[in-house]
Ligand binder design. Sequence first.
Ligand SMILES: [Zn+2]
Length: 207
Amino acid sequence: MLNIHSHKLLSDAVYNIRYGIDDGARIDGEQLFSVGIHPWDAAKVSADESFEHVASLANFIGECGLDKPCGIPIYKQQQIFEQQIAIAERLHKPMIIHCVGMYGRLLELRKQSTSPTWIIHGCYASKEWIREAAKYAVAFSLGMRELQRPRAAEIIRAIPIERLFLETDEGDNIEDVYNLAAEILKTAVFDLETQIAHNFRLILNQI
Ligand SMILES: [Zn+2]
């Protein structure tokens, strides 16, 4: 069961490395991984040459993005995010995006960038925003937290099925996430698993 975003080394997961924070992270050649400067770290870490080197080895750049309430000035977060967007364009890598309260700005940046798909992890945007964003190279990932919130059903139904991903983020059990998503979508878990595996191949084929 593909897990698009995990902070733990789990099988079938894209393991996320918070650059400058998870410095001890050791990964073998088989492991799918993403590396990014989290907006929470935007005041203390920047996308230097050594970042670009690690990014060149990663499957995705991220998580990175914009987080309105986190306390780091937005101009600073956006500066670090834009450095990573430029690297994703140069290296032609898809991105894993963290976004809290900044969906409008995020879509403006997406429209201006030529990088491959941006996967919005932990997406809890409005259904209108999801439909608009889906006109561009954007995919969407949900975890247990989003699937248990009140608008879960309307969000998952607004996402085009070929742009849907699931994740554990800080959690452990991707099976529970697939089970709940399948229940909300009234589909079989196996069909959802097959669809998401297909979605993932589409993303990797862009690289
Ligand atoms: Zn995360």
